[in-house]
Design a protein around this ligand. Structure first.
Ligand code: G3H
Length: 487
């Protein structure tokens, strides 16, 4: 409610995925602490958001778009002043390279600028009156109420803001819980929110989601749930809402994006894009390539080229120039990746590249695992780490069947230089996933493209324009003309 306040739940210490030498040997570096809210305090934040919305009559939901844009511009100006600190915190909290942490910050600022432009266009629609028969109609974009917003650890600033910013700017009030890994970096921005927006519009809560989020959902006062994270968590939270049919959900969830390397692929391109797709930020992206189907005819050559390309990657600390592989963010990730590799080996596969899967603290050298089959975890689970499972196929029906049977439907990459083959593959896949990439990796950007998924991978759509739509409703004011109001 616009105040920095005291809290009762103690603090949680934050340790970086980056290890440093201490008197007791190598340890994760302690980098700070954050407050842990009690459930009562989280409910007070909800009350503040509910009061500020005031059933749509509050200062913020009734404010003109121009005025709201001025608040957002003020926020952005203050946000940019915090760039150096926020970028360093991204790097230390999640181990993202300094270069990519900087890109994440810049992409976010660019996203906000594009959002403001898109909003101005949308506002033109609201100020237009259309006359049909004897009725004057005005279409407006109206807010939905109180939004509970939770972002992911892998883009703790950028992807969080792709929901938070459109939610705010469309006139909703917001309860915002930063991700567990990626909390500290939000602290320098709290003051910017406080100074730029009216009280109660943005309410930040910290702490253990399992303790504070269920109560918020059960209250029935959340109108929109937005989460970028796991499909299971999203489903569990939705079920807690007493009137789930009145809850709008904007979700970006689990994915297992496949690449298909056909015999007609340019293998150099396929390898370059597989490296980017599977290993950017150590494979910790929902859009990462998480399973590769390669035609038997070209499998050996592809594996050789892919192994050579992986061997050339630089694994080091995030501040090292040109680094490719950095510490993984989640403390339990190395053990999980080892489990996936062991399981694949036990079921008949091998790590085919030199040093693949070797680990030192939170650093994991990328492993290429081949040949993967349906008995393995790497076939079914979203590894979210630096492992590339590769499956040889004979008939194109095999990857199509995989996609049909998959619980996920985010994106696919198809590599082929044969135009007829490409066009024959677009239709089956475009109706199974939400984006087909020809001869390139899977990815969310540029941020003007719609970003969504099918099946368990998403609900609602994000992007510059779609984000604004997702957090609002098109409502209508109609005036029937009569003799008194005709003029
Ligand atoms: O982790 C999911 C993100 O949406 C991935 O975004 O494709 O821009 O890296 P990106």
């Amino acid at each position: 409610d616009g105040e920095m306040r005291k809290w009762e739940g103690g603090v949680s210490e934050v340790f970086s995925p980056i290890y440093v030498q201490t008197a007791d040997g190598l340890k994760r570096k302690f980098i700070g602490s954050y407050p842990v809210c009690t459930e009562t305090e989280a409910m007070e934040a909800l009350e503040a958001a509910t009061k500020a919305y005031d059933s749509g009559r509050g200062e913020w939901p009734t404010m003109s778009i121009d005025q709201r844009i001025k608040c957002l511009e003020k926020f952005t100006y203050k946000m940019i002043e915090q760039k150096d600190l926020v970028v360093k915190l991204i790097m230390w909290e999640i181990g993202k390279s300094f270069a990519d942490s900087t890109k994440e910050f810049d992409r976010t600022v660019e996203y906000i600028h594009s959002t403001i432009d898109a909003l101005k266009d949308m506002d033109r629609e609201s100020s237009r009156f259309e006359i049909h028969e004897n009725v004057v109609a005005q279409i407006r974009r109206s807010p939905l109420g109180v939004v509970l917003c939770m972002g992911p650890f892998n883009y703790p600033l950028n992807e969080t803001y792709t929901t938070l910013i459109p939610a705010i700017i469309m006139g909703n009030t917001v309860l915002f819980k930063p991700p567990k890994h990626g909390t500290l970096l939000h602290y320098p921005l709290l003051k910017a929110f406080q100074e730029a927006f009216p009280k109660g519009v943005v309410n930040s809560i910290y702490g253990r989601g399992a303790n504070i989020i269920p109560g918020l959902m059960k209250s029935g006062k959340i109108n929109v749930l937005t989460l970028i994270g796991s499909s299971k968590v999203a489903n569990d939270l939705k079920k807690l809402h007493p009137k789930v049919n009145r809850l709008r959900a904007v979700l970006s969830l689990d994915a297992k994006n496949a690449a298909i390397i056909t015999p007609n692929a340019d293998l150099k391109v396929a390898v370059e894009e597989t490296i980017l797709g599977a290993l950017s930020f150590n494979g910790q992206r929902c859009t990462a390539l998480k399973i590769i189907f390669v035609h038997k005819q070209v499998a050996d050559e592809f594996l050789k080229k892919l192994s050579d390309a992986v061997a050339a990657l630089k694994m080091d600390m995030p501040w090292v120039k040109g680094v490719n592989i950095t510490p993984v963010a989640e403390p339990d990730k190395p053990a999980y990746i080892q489990e996936c590799i062991d399981d694949a080996i036990a079921n008949g596969a091998a790590v085919v590249n030199e040093h693949g899967g070797e680990m030192a603290e939170s650093l994991i050298f990328p492993a290429i695992v081949y040949p993967v089959n349906e008995r393995m975890k790497l076939y079914r689970e979203e590894q979210f780490g630096p492992v590339i499972p590769v499956i040889p196929y004979e008939s194109i029906e095999e990857p199509i069947e995989y996609q049909i049977n998959s619980a996920h439907g985010m994106q696919v990459s198809i590599f082929s230089n044969d135009p007829e083959e490409v066009s024959s593959l677009i239709d089956p896949f475009v109706n199974l996933v939400s984006r087909v990439n020809i001869n390139s990796q899977c990815q969310r950007g540029p941020d003007v493209y719609p970003f969504t998924g099918r099946k368990d991978s998403a609900e609602g759509t994000l992007s510059v324009v779609d984000g604004l739509r997702s957090f609002s409703i098109r409502s209508l004011v109609t005036t029937k003309m009569n003799d008194a109001n005709k003029h």
